[in-house]
Design a protein around this ligand. Sequence first.
Ligand SMILES: NC(=O)c1ccc[n+]([C@@H]2O[C@H](COP(=O)([O-])OP(=O)(O)OC[C@H]3O[C@@H](n4cnc5c(N)ncnc54)[C@H](OP(=O)(O)O)[C@@H]3O)[C@@H](O)[C@H]2O)c1
Length: 328
Amino acid sequence: MKKIEITAYGVPEEVAHCIDAPDVGAPGPGEIVFDILAFPINPADISFCRGSYRLRPPLPATPGAEGVGRVVAVGEGVSSSREGEFVINMQRENWTQRRRVKAEDAIPVPSGLELAQVAMLRINPPTAFLLLEDHIALAPGDWIIQNVANSAVGRHIIVLGRARGVHTVNVLRRDELAGELRDLGADIVLKDGPDLVERARAATGGAPIRLGIDAVSGEASRRIADCIADGGVVVSYGSMSGQDPTISRAALTRGVTLTGFGLGYGLDKRTTAQIRELYRDLAQKVRAGVLKVPIDTFYPIEEIRGALIRAQQGGRNGKVLVLPNGPL
Ligand SMILES: NC(=O)c1ccc[n+]([C@@H]2O[C@H](COP(=O)([O-])OP(=O)(O)OC[C@H]3O[C@@H](n4cnc5c(N)ncnc54)[C@H](OP(=O)(O)O)[C@@H]3O)[C@@H](O)[C@H]2O)c1
């Protein structure tokens, strides 16, 4: 069985290796075994390899926060999963050909969905949903602003926001994607820059923007916060700049609040039944093609080095996916 192992924290393509590992073995009581068919390389996986992610397990370690699996064996007493069924794994260490986990950690996914999209279901769709849901009570007609708008999360926010009747100002660093995001339902698309506040005000006609969603951090957070109406909220949920978020005293004085978001913490506030219902709903949206992320490149697991290099390049046309068990 092949799996990815990092032997040190550092430059991802230098510390991650595809190794031969012992098979995971047969499932014990209450366990299932599944083949991982596809996993994406997310920004958090890159941080994990670098050692800058909040989880920093002892080495060697296997990265991989998500992926789609097909069940190959079911242990005694398991009624929630069947052989041949597709699952997403709520546990980590998914950069491998095969996993053995407790059945309760795997969420079954209906068949008939595009597997490459299911591989990206566990993290970014619920993140977008909870970012819209958990910070202010948004009403139809409200405005929000977000950066990294062409990212997977950003695209989901556009789609889910529009479904709620919320207007989006979408900030990115490449002008050429504006049409693509408008087709998804973006109201306004702006290239980030020092005069973002003035351009956002002009584009919205001065409408109050109540929620800011920021995954760049550093000075970009300050620009987002300066666009927010008095008493509004900025949620920091990522740091593509590698910096901590900043906020101006002027924004604080106007009652703008800067807060943070982590998916794990957001899900912890919900019951298992609510979480399963959330994923059921998101899976339906994937099935309907409502939630869809462009894919830049597929790599076999042996080419993890190339996959990691590509995943760190700006200007990609979507996600980098790895197929540990061959073509989908
Ligand atoms: N807190 C949580 O629980 C949670 C959960 C999920 C995701 N996230 C965060 O959400 C963000 C988006 O994740 P994703 O998987 O949706 O990303 P993605 O699809 O891989 O896209 C990455 C985005 O970041 C932009 N980018 C890269 N480097 C940048 C820089 N230095 N300055 C500004 N923009 C930069 C890219 O722009 P170009 O296309 O122009 O290169 C692209 O829009 C990440 O920060 C991730 O860590 C957080």
